[in-house]
Design a protein around this ligand. Structure first.
Ligand SMILES: [Cu+2]
Length: 231
């Protein structure tokens, strides 16, 4: 018992000493900081409503296509915020679901590599990607096929549709650097951004792209604001 306690004490002392002399701990292993991106939009939301007459038991009889989602304080949701040139980003595996005849999430980010495509609906979907850097996918996903895996190795923002349900629309942003999607407040927190001067890019499916320079400090949160204009 005493031996175990002694060993524990040594581990605790070493860990404590490491923290004291400023050795990197796992949370700041890359010496990076956080970039908090806020995206505002001064216009009206754009939500298309459509009548549905196919697979209504799963899709409903009416659906919406959210093109521009504006939340509280004019925050713009579903915008991709990224630091494309930053090295050493934590790998994020892509997972895209088809649920209620919608792509969930509507906009997502992933690292180059594999994406898992789920079919939670128990009906036939047909994944169709409009990729150019990556091989285009046009593949049926029958109801018994709960998941299928594709590979998006090249950086690109890929439009995704379904050939069975014409209203289904999603966007997969394949980003080599750290990235995040804005929430309904228009805020995205990009973690693990290397310290120093970095270019932050914001992309929205209908409002376009903007970039700004930020100075990222290790262990700190740097805020940057964008304002998207209607076209
Ligand atoms: Cu579908």
């Amino acid at each position: 018992m005493r031996k175990i306690f002694g060993a524990f004490m040594i581990v605790a002392l070493v860990a404590g000493a490491a923290a004291f002399i400023g050795l990197p701990t796992s949370a700041t292993a890359q010496g990076g900081g956080t970039v908090e991106v806020e995206v505002k939009y001064n216009g009206a939301p754009v939500v298309e409503k459509l009548k549905v007459n196919k697979d209504t038991e799963k899709c409903g009889t009416e659906t919406t296509v959210e093109k521009v989602v504006v939340g509280s304080n004019k925050g713009l949701a579903n915008a991709v915020a990224s630091v494309p040139a930053a090295k050493g980003a934590k790998a994020v595996k892509g997972v895209l679901d088809q649920k209620g005849c919608k792509f969930v999430p509507h906009v997502m980010v992933m690292s180059p590599g594999e994406i898992e495509i789920k079919n939670s609906d128990d009906i036939l979907h047909n994944l169709h990607t409009y990729s150019t850097a990556n091989p285009a996918v046009n593949k049926a996903q029958p109801k018994f096929k709960k998941t299928m895996t594709e590979k998006f190795e090249k950086p690109e923002i890929i439009k995704v549709t379904c050939d069975v349900h014409s209203w289904m629309l999603g966007w997969v942003a394949v980003t080599p650097g750290p990235a995040a999607v804005t929430d309904t407040n228009g805020v995205a927190k990009i973690e693990n951004v290397p310290a120093g001067k970095q270019k932050v890019e914001v992309w929205h499916e209908t409002l376009g792209k903007q970039e700004k320079d930020v100075d990222v400090k290790a262990g700190q949160t740097t805020k940057v604001s964008f304002e998207m204009k209607g076209k």
